[in-house]
Design a protein around this ligand. Structure first.
Ligand code: G3H
Ligand code: 13P
Ligand code: ZN
Length: 338
């Protein structure tokens, strides 16, 4: 099976009540980890690359690595997704590179920082939908802005300002109708990176009831949760045991994500947890075996640590066991369905 449109996977997930983890990649080892986890759990997968990942790995390397992943795993449905496209041009260049799905994140302006207006968001998203759907490529959009201060993807909103940018269900309904996007990322209190919450999040900061309300209004739109790393205490502890200095922090509990999956969440973005697993494993080798200098000595355990995280998420989200049940639909066939 070659790369398939993400929409096919999300439709199957909706029909069968599960969610699909979307894992970020920057290099060969991360792609290998995801594919090993997918093979071992018989899971369909979404592999995603941010703009930063595309420039770090170079589109050509990334393209060939993904082709290798598909060649080596003919029974695993794979969607290749542009994470947080900041402009139609970014999305179009991803499509040219063979991505089968793109996110047009029009919730922010092209700088990836400044919140945009509703009209600006509709305008850029519609442009992308028009071209992508003609080619069978899936489009994820975003309404509302994530909080957080850690990276280029987020307006850096905190406190009341962040609350003001949570997704408005009325707007979400109008937006999905006007843009015809396939999947919609919503802002419910999560943020990117490791520092999401200062204590175990309750409903006052992680608004799962908002997801339920949006799903009631938009039962046929696949919802996407960004910033969904759980930041497991044990992974932070490994990093700190081997010389790291990460303060106490809390992520999105897996049970909250599972509640979301019962209410329309079909794509769950996870990057940070894998970064933590990789870094902990590498630190351990560096501390315990300072004589080693062959990169394989630390990249192999790093890869193995990421496999465990991805497998655990695949099982928790319910995608495990579904790979051979997802229909094989080509981009051409998908284009005719729109
Ligand atoms: O959207 C956030 C992802 O974790 C990717 O982050 O821009 O550092 O590659 P990045
Ligand atoms: P985390 O930083 O919580 O892993 O979120 C990743 C993400 O949303 C990528 O788009
Ligand atoms: Zn994100």
């Amino acid at each position: 099976m070659a790369l398939i449109p993400m929409r096919v996977m999300l439709d199957h997930a909706a029909e069968n009540g599960y969610g699909v983890g979307a894992f970020n990649v920057n290099n060969m080892e991360q792609i290998q980890s995801i594919m090993t986890a997918a093979k071992e759990t018989n899971s369909p997968v979404i592999v995603q690359a941010s703009r930063g990942a595309r420039s770090y790995s170079d589109d050509a390397y990334l393209r060939h690595l993904m082709l290798a992943a598909a060649e080596l795993n003919p029974n695993i449905p794979i969607a290749m997704h542009q994470d947080h496209g900041n402009s139609p041009e970014t999305c179009f260049s991803a499509i040219d590179q063979g991505f089968t799905s793109v996110m047009m994140d029009g919730s922010l302006q092209e700088d990836g920082k400044t919140p945009s207006t509703y009209e600006q968001n509709v305008d850029v998203t519609k442009k992308v939908v028009e071209k992508a759907h003609a080619l069978g490529v899936t489009v994820e959009a975003e309404i509302g802005c994530l909080g957080g201060i850690e990276d280029g993807h987020g307006a850096g909103l905190t406190g009341d300002e962040a609350l003001a940018h949570l997704t408005d269900p009325d707007e979400a309904e109008r937006f999905a109708d006007e843009t015809k996007c396939d999947a919609l990322a919503v802002a419910i209190g999560t943020s990117h990176g490791a520092y999401k919450f200062t204590k175990k999040p309750g409903g006052d900061v992680l608004k799962m009831d908002l997801i339920e309300e949006i799903h009631r209004r938009l039962p046929n739109t696949h919802l996407v949760m960004h910033g969904s790393s759980s930041v497991p205490e044990e992974l932070v502890a490994i990093i700190n045991k081997y010389g790291g200095e990460m303060p106490e922090t809390y992520g999105v509990p897996v049970e909250a994500i599972q509640r979301g999956i019962q209410h329309g969440v079909r794509k769950i973005n996870v990057d940070t947890d894998n970064r933590l697993a990789i870094t902990g494993a590498i630190r351990k080798v560096f501390m315990e075996s300072p004589d080693k200098f062959d990169p394989r000595a630390y990249l192999k355990p790093a890869r193995a640590a990421m496999v465990e995280v991805v497998k655990a998420r695949m099982i928790a989200f319910g995608q495990a066991g579904q790979a051979d049940k997802v229909p094989n639909v080509t981009l051409e066939e998908m284009a005719k369905r729109y």
